[in-house]
Design a binder for this molecule. Structure first.
Ligand code: E4P
Length: 216
């Protein structure tokens, strides 16, 4: 399963890229606003920190406007992936852009039928938001299972990008189901490295090693 960082914070992306485990980045208008940075400038910087896809979201709601914005965004770098909402205009834009060889991430997916439409529109990625789904009393991971089943039934190449990930259990479930990608805030990704027994084990080994008086 590929790991994308869901952030526009350069320092966090650098830190994760240095681990060698980062496969891409996703941003959205809220994350850009939170960073306080210029959209074009920060997206260009992020694109240099990873060779993987960097999702940059359009804000127009109509097909012509989305195409116009996508034209500007895809010139930033070869690894820009245009993020469009799961609407009729968004999927029209998806079909047009993927037909031209541009990567597209169809975002704000909340049902398996929506994911089916995204795949039919040739999306590179579909982003079901599991956290927001859970927050509203639905079962986010059941949605991922349904999409996996449907995509496998028809051999759709669209990658399931599990988004709105809140904690490690979401990551674990996504991997169990066989999602292609998950995107999570850097704090969630960094949390995956941690286990109290790993820390305790290191502490114990170092204490015993000190008793030997040896060095390597
Ligand atoms: C994905 O591409 C979105 O940017 C993101 O995962 C949304 O997460 P949130 O529900 O925590 O805002």
């Amino acid at each position: 399963m590929k790991f994308f960082a869901d952030t526009a914070e350069i320092a966090d992306i650098k830190e994760l890229a240095d681990t060698g485990l980062l496969d891409g980045v996703t941003t959205n208008p809220s994350l850009i606003a939170k960073s306080g940075r210029d959209f074009m400038e920060v997206t260009a910087e992020i694109c240099k920190l990873t060779t993987g896809p960097v999702s940059a979201e359009v804000v127009a709601l109509d097909h012509a406007g989305m195409m116009r914005e996508a034209e500007i965004l895809r010139k930033i770098a070869d690894n820009v992936c245009i993020k469009v909402p799961l609407t009729i205009d968004g999927l029209k834009t998806c079909k047009a852009l993927t037909g031209e060889g541009t990567m597209v991430n169809v975002t704000l997916c909340f049902s398996a039928n929506q994911a089916l439409l995204a795949a039919k529109a040739g999306a590179t990625f579909v982003s079901p938001f599991v956290g927001r789904h859970d927050d509203n009393g639905f079962d986010g991971m059941a949605l991922i299972s349904d999409i996996r089943l449907i995509y496998d039934n028809y051999n759709f190449a669209t990658e399931i990008l599990v988004a709105s990930v809140r904690h490690g259990v979401h990551v674990l479930e996504a991997a169990r189901i066989g999602a292609d990608v998950m995107t999570a805030p850097p704090s969630v990704i960094k949390g995956l490295f941690k286990h109290v027994l790993t820390e305790k084990g290191i502490e114990g080994f170092l204490a015993d090693w000190a008793k030997t008086g040896q060095s390597i």
